[in-house]
Design a protein around this ligand. Structure first.
Ligand SMILES: *[C@@H]1O[C@H](CO)[C@@H](O)[C@H](O)[C@H]1NC(C)=O
Ligand SMILES: *[C@@H]1O[C@H](CO)[C@@H](O)[C@H](O)[C@H]1NC(C)=O
Ligand SMILES: *[C@@H]1O[C@H](CO)[C@@H](O)[C@H](O)[C@H]1NC(C)=O
Ligand SMILES: [Zn+2]
Length: 307
């Protein structure tokens, strides 16, 4: 009986978490891992200005105590639910094999060719929806809480280089290989393996310490001179297209490079890719904060047109 009482007190959100942990989850393909998304969202939330921090707190359900990162993986958990099936193509972009470029007109569509249904279109869409929140002009058809969670999640996905990958191998998902001694695939290496290996080798498996070092590296470390340029953005839509182009470039130069299906990736691959993964997590967080500060802040959202 007690268990039912507890369940009744929990929101849909926490229930969806429980479900994800208790079911065997195939949807774990095609996403920055839980750790990657959590770090991106924590970094972003720490960079919010007061108005944006307040709006985010207002939009989050009570049971997460104002912690955005607790729900940043929610879109991965619901993508196979019937109600949210329309979101499944929004996590990534398939580009033509070996083209190593991103072209919005050519590449941003779902598998049926429906335009705008890719991660760039989604970020534009949810940014646009949220931009009406501050003026109280939000369309009642749109759920602002969901828009925030989708935006936060997709800003993580777009910075995972293999989320903008080749069509035939599904962003590396069909490239089976070994990561050190266990079976994995190239997509998963970038989603999770590199992060977990780093956490285990350098941080005693403590993801919080890893995240703090990433933050230290852009506040006063190796990336401190670069942060302004990461954040720099005159027009959100152009910037988001640029983030996708950065990802496919990294995917070609570092992700797919010299990788053959069936082989074993280990120290050499890890050592040369580690800092790239960390930088993408940092950039995702800094840029998510930039967008949220604009959407909820005082200055005009010139770049976003009203719908
Ligand atoms: C934008 O969001 C609405 C729901 O809020 C959805 O119906 C539409 O398909 C989305 N489009 C994109 C490109 O994300
Ligand atoms: C918005 O979406 C969340 C998560 O799906 C849900 O719990 C909440 O009830 C929705 N709010 C409204 C006003 O529909
Ligand atoms: C932070 O920067 C140092 C170099 O100053 C580097 O050795 C370390 O790997 C970086 N850590 C992360 C998590 O990026
Ligand atoms: Zn995702």
């Amino acid at each position: 009986m007690l268990i039912f009482r507890i369940f009744r007190k929990m929101s849909l959100f926490s229930l969806s978490f429980l479900l994800c942990f208790s079911l065997i989850c195939e949807p774990c393909v095609q996403a920055w891992s839980k750790e990657g998304h959590t770090m991106t969202c924590k970094i972003a939330q720490d960079l919010l200005k007061p108005e944006a921090a307040h709006a985010v707190k207002m939009l989050l359900p009570d049971d997460v105590n104002g912690d955005l990162s607790a729900l940043c993986v929610w879109p991965d958990q619901v993508r196979h639910w019937y109600k949210y099936r329309w979101t499944s193509s929004l996590h990534f972009i398939d580009t033509p094999d070996k083209a190593c470029s991103f072209n919005y007109q050519r590449d941003c569509h779902d598998s049926h060719g429906v335009k705008d249904m890719c991660v760039v279109g989604a970020i534009q869409n949810f940014t646009n929806q949220l931009s009406h929140y501050r003026h109280g002009t939000s369309d009642r058809r749109h759920n602002m809480t969901e828009a925030l969670l989708f935006l936060a999640h997709f800003m993580g996905d777009i910075h995972q280089p293999m989320h903008v990958g080749f069509t035939s191998d599904e962003g590396g998902n069909t490239i089976d290989l070994r990561w050190f001694r266990h079976k994995s695939n190239l997509h998963h290496v970038w989603d999770r393996e590199i992060i977990l290996t780093a956490a285990a080798d350098y941080f005693g498996k403590d993801i919080n310490r890893l995240q703090e070092q990433i933050q230290g590296n852009f506040t006063h470390g190796i990336w401190s001179d670069d942060v302004a340029s990461w954040r720099d953005c005159a027009d959100i839509f152009s910037c988001v297209k640029k983030y996708a182009a950065e990802s496919i470039n990294i995917a070609c130069k570092w992700g797919y490079k010299d990788v053959e299906s069936g082989e074993t990736l280990s120290d050499e691959y890890f050592n040369s890719r580690y800092s790239i993964v960390m930088k993408r997590i940092a950039q995702g967080g800094v840029r998510l904060a930039m967008i949220l500060n604009r959407v909820f802040g005082d200055h005009q959202m010139d770049s976003i047109t009203a719908t």
